[in-house]
Unconditional design. Structure first.
Length: 640
């Protein structure tokens, strides 16, 4: 089976990187996510820094603006207090009434001042006006915390100093003005002393804002500072929503990467198993000694292994492109395929690509896909050409052996007949000659009788001549001798009988001595002897119920003369029954119902013609044991 692959030359650039990178491809989304998260974190840090700088600038700007507005208001109040101080009359009685009667003082008390005190040059109180003494006043003169005051001299350029005018006010009323509501909504505004003692605050006691803080000297009040603190703390960059979302996103990506890695491991494991299974299947298909092929329902080739290609002599590409007509199926095979019947194996003949004919055995079964639907036919093809050739050779060899056996038997019969008929034919010739002479001496000679007697004598003489010629030919015939190994003869003889023995359920065991010398023998004759002995052993155990086995053993002869080769055939049959070798080899003696009684006689005759002998005895365990010995090829032994 051909597989397509992409080959790269050794040391090709980038191949190692690709191989290494593909192993860590699963981590690429996580690495990209980490890089993206790092960029977002860096952006969040930079953005937090910029926002804090902008917030700082905003707080500073708001503090400067508030300080300027508060200073402006205090300056305005001071100017108004100075205007009231300039218009004060000279100190005298009823100073408080005269002080309260001043329009500037009345306006200041209605606006912001808690009280106004008029001091003379000696610091004595001349008069005092309070805002709670004003008709319709809403504010209380009693305030919580620290109060501040404004001072203006009661003198001017036109007159000498006559005292001071002091206006007391609540700084909380100053910073809690509705004019600064937008500022109070964002900041906690405080006036503190140089030692961080809170003079006034827009928040209740104990409440401390947590945001950005900025403080600056408040020039309108001696040794005082103005402090602005954001109500809401600017969140840290790592607590912002984008960073939190990115952390969650990174956690999800990490979990997804773990799942992806696990899935990739499962896929890699499945792929490895699949590749192993595919390689195993391909190895089985390619190493199988049986040809495999798959065809669709239309007969197009889908698959063929290497053995099938070798059988038909075509490449897989040729079979796939245009399947050649390599098969000559019979009509019954086509009918079975159409009916979807599984083939039990049919023998047919194919034509090889080189033109020679092949004998093959084809087994076919339906090819079913994963959902159980038939998509074609799967076939197993066995090339039986060699087996058929061996069977034919075996058949011919058996015919040769049978012919040889028949000829040997016929020779024995002919020799016996020639011996037995020789005397009767001689007597017939003599008597016919005597009759003819007697007839010639008769006075009344019958010509027909004389002719008959002469014809009888002639025919008898001719028959005698034929018998003598047969005996002479049998006596002069010399066997063709060859120097051979007895083991090969034994193996070949048993192999020829193997099928019949197997069909009869008989097990044959060969115990062959590999160190035996060569024997000068008539191959066909000795092979006939071995075959006859094995066949007789098989017939002896055919009707038994014991273990059916035959043992053929070769070795050196233990009986004198030394140096001979012995072949022993032992069976598990009923034994010899007390008969000796002379009785068994007697012509026409047989223990089988259909036997001719010439087999062992012929075997003995063949062995004796080789200078050997045939022996028989009961086996040590059970059954019979036939053996024969042959002299070794002395000349061959000396050469070797």
């Amino acid at each position: 089976m051909t597989t397509l692959s992409t080959a790269f030359p050794p040391g090709a650039p980038g191949i190692g990187w690709l191989a290494t990178g593909s192993r860590f491809l699963w981590a690429l989304p996580l690495l990209l996510s980490v890089a993206f998260t790092a960029l977002v974190v860096s952006w969040a840090q930079d953005n937090d820094r910029l926002e804090r700088m902008a917030l700082r600038r905003t707080v500073i700007a708001d503090a400067l603006s508030l300080e300027a507005q508060l200073s402006s208001r205090l300056e305005t109040e001071t100017v108004k207090l100075r205007a009231a101080a300039v218009r004060l009359p000279a100190p005298g009685t009823d100073g408080s009434r005269r002080l309260a009667a001043l329009p500037e003082v009345a306006a200041g008390l209605d606006r912001r001042w808690l009280s106004v005190i008029w001091l003379d040059v000696n610091g004595q109180i001349v008069g005092e006006a309070r805002h709670d003494q004003r008709p319709g006043t809403q504010r209380s003169a009693q305030t919580e915390g620290i109060t501040l005051h404004l001072v203006a001299p009661t003198s001017d350029e036109r007159r000498p100093q006559t005292g001071q005018l002091i206006a007391r006010y609540d700084p909380a009323d100053l910073i809690k003005s509705r004019d600064f509501w937008w500022l109070a909504a964002q900041y906690q505004v405080q006036l503190v002393t140089g030692v961080d003692e809170v003079i006034v605050s827009t928040e209740s006691t104990g409440h401390v804002a947590a945001g950005e803080t900025y403080e600056m000297p408040f020039g309108a009040i001696t040794d005082a500072k103005l402090r602005l603190t954001q109500r809401v703390r600017q969140p840290h960059w790592f607590t912002t929503l984008p960073v939190i979302l990115m952390v969650g996103f990174l956690a999800l990506i990490a979990a997804a990467t773990v799942l992806l890695r696990r899935q990739m491991n499962q896929v890699a494991t499945a792929e490895h198993a699949w590749r192993t299974e595919a390689a195993w299947r391909q190895s089985l298909e390619e190493s199988a000694l049986v040809g495999l092929r798959a065809r669709d329902l239309q007969g197009r080739m889908l698959f063929a292994n290497r053995t099938f290609c070798d059988i038909v002599g075509y490449t897989l590409a040729e079979l796939m492109a245009q399947p050649p007509s390599v098969e000559e199926p019979t009509q019954s095979r086509n009918q079975a395929s159409k009916l979807g019947v599984r083939s039990e194996g049919q023998e047919t003949r194919w034509r090889h690509s080189d033109g020679r004919m092949l004998d093959v055995m084809v087994f076919e079964s339906p090819l079913v896909d994963g959902i159980g639907q038939q998509v074609g036919w799967m076939g197993s093809i066995v090339d039986v050409t060699e087996r058929k050739r061996l069977e034919e050779l075996e058949r011919r060899q058996r015919e040769v052996l049978a012919n040889h056996a028949r000829l040997s038997t016929l020779g024995e019969v002919a020799s016996t007949l020639a011996h037995e008929l020789n005397q009767p034919l001689t007597s017939i010739v003599s008597y016919s000659a005597g009759i003819a002479k007697a007839l010639e001496r008769q006075p009344h000679l019958d010509p027909e009788l004389v002719a008959a007697a002469q014809a009888l004598s002639g025919h008898a003489s001719q028959a005698g001549d034929i018998v003598h010629r047969i005996r002479a030919r049998l006596a002069r015939q010399d066997p063709v001798l060859e120097s051979l190994h007895i083991n090969s003869i034994v193996t070949h003889a048993v192999t020829l009988l193997q099928r019949d023995l197997k069909r009869a359920g008989i097990n044959v065991t060969l115990d062959l001595d590999a160190n035996l010398p060569r024997v000068c023998m008539d191959r066909i004759g000795i092979e006939q002897v071995i075959s006859n002995l094995v066949r007789n052993a098989a017939d002896a155990i055919a009707g038994t119920t014991t273990e059916k086995s035959i043992t053929v053993r070769t070795g050196h002869s233990t009986q004198p003369p030394p140096g001979w080769v012995t072949v022993v055939v032992t069976d598990t049959g009923v034994g010899l029954g007390g008969k000796d070798i002379e009785t068994l080899t007697e012509p026409f003696f047989s223990t089988k119902r259909e036997g001719t009684g010439l087999g062992l006689a012929i075997c003995r005759s063949i062995l004796e013609s080789h200078g050997g002998g045939l022996h028989a005895q009961d086996a040590p365990t059970a059954g019979a044991q036939f053996s024969f010995s042959l002299p070794t090829d002395t000349l061959t032994m000396e050469v070797n």
